[in-house]
Design a protein around this ligand. Sequence first.
Ligand code: NDP
Length: 485
Amino acid sequence: MLEVDTRLLIDGEFVEARSGERFKTYEPATGAVLAQVAKAGSEDLERAVAAARQAFDEGPWPKLPPFERGQVLRRIADRIRAGVDRIAEVETRNGGKTISDSRREVEGAARVFEYYAGAADKFFGETIPMGEERLDFTLREPIGVVAQITPWNFPFLAASWKAAPALAAGCAVILKPASYTPLTSLLLGAIGREAGVPRGVLNVLPGPGAELGERVATHPLIDKIAFTGETRTGAALLRASAEGIKRVSLELGGKSPNIVFADADIGKAAAAAVKGGFGNAGQSCSARTRVYVERRVHDAFVAAFAEAAERYRVGDPLDAATEMGPLVSGAQLERVKAYVEIGVAEGARLVIGGGRPSGLAPGNYFAPTILVGANNRMRVVQEEIFGPVVVVIPFDSEAEAVAMANDNEYGLNASVWTRDLSKALRVVRALRTGMVSVNSHGSASRWGLFAPFGGYKKSGLGRELGMYALALYTEVKNVFVELAD
Ligand code: NDP
């Protein structure tokens, strides 16, 4: 039993779509239909916008002392924690990610709500000195009604990264989850309602992004859009919202490099490259999918990497021992397969993988795949595949490694492996990415969730997490007071 209310959450109530329509959501491990979810259309969006507008314009949410909003967020965190098992199971069955990843992400979501519960009353304005006869200060005010559009690769966590700071700031939220994975966002809506989020402040609207997106972008009563997904979709949203000068923050694609110098701990770097490239079945914007290895250790690295990748346990995502589950959909599987074929046709060579692992039909499984013999301009090196495919390329100098790493339209994340601290920091400075990890495959967000997350170039606009996210959901008002008689 799923125990998820599969209706829309609008104005504090779960309701059917006006059209009465529902859409199917699937279980990627089996291909079976998991649930039928109410499908929001334009009339439902209008209802949600009206409810959010009223909740924001008439209060009480944005006018509450921030500390009190924080208390509601803390109750949400407590309820998420109490429901980890259930939420994680729904996440795994709907998105295909392993149960251990789902549990870690749901616990991470609880921490995000806790963080913003405490941060709600710690993000404030400043006083600008102007002499005895004038007073100048700034206020941080909530931006208003915020539409948040989330992806399918981290459904519950991405919704929490977005909703928690927006709610802490005093905004009213319309959350539109990805159509592949709507269920845990509906659970989040239900939890918010139980925790005392007032009516209209958190609305959850599963429905087709292609139909709702244009209206969200042009709606005069929506003040801000926060989006995570494909760069092309983000660019379309930005174009459509330009006329209204809407506030927009974007967390987009990545093709993150992983630079391994010969003086690094090669065994450790190779083992980490497995999780960095194949974690979440490679469906991660931070996946380290381009590995640049100093030539004299290239072959040893590839051998160690391939050996560790072959040991990576692919299978039933509900089994606690599984390290990699299926891809989210049949369409994603076809896309990944097509990319590997393109890579091989362009001259890259398969070391391992390249197709479905045996014995795992009918789920959307794809084996961890390593390609070598590629050059930096090939499509498999330049484009985001969003599957378990990693390309390894040798380099001869630090400058060449940095040049190849930066030769990409994305600039989200990166790793550098070396025991030489000066070299590590030189490379950190030279990389055009929003985040860099030294001697680690992970992002800071995996450990702390309090460091800024976001990218340079076509990887996005703005930074999520930490106090940075509160800046995304507030406006600055400057107040000037003439004190002289
Ligand atoms: P999208 O960017 O299309 O989807 C992300 C979210 O945007 C979903 O909620 C989706 O809704 C919504 N959406 C779709 N079209 C529009 C639109 N015109 N206006 C507003 N919102 C819209 O990504 P896909 O799910 O189609 O995935 C395609 C590829 O994108 C992946 O293979 C991957 O390469 C990349 N991707 C990257 C992510 C990242 O974090 N970097 C995350 C997800 C995808 P709906 O689900 O209803 O279509």
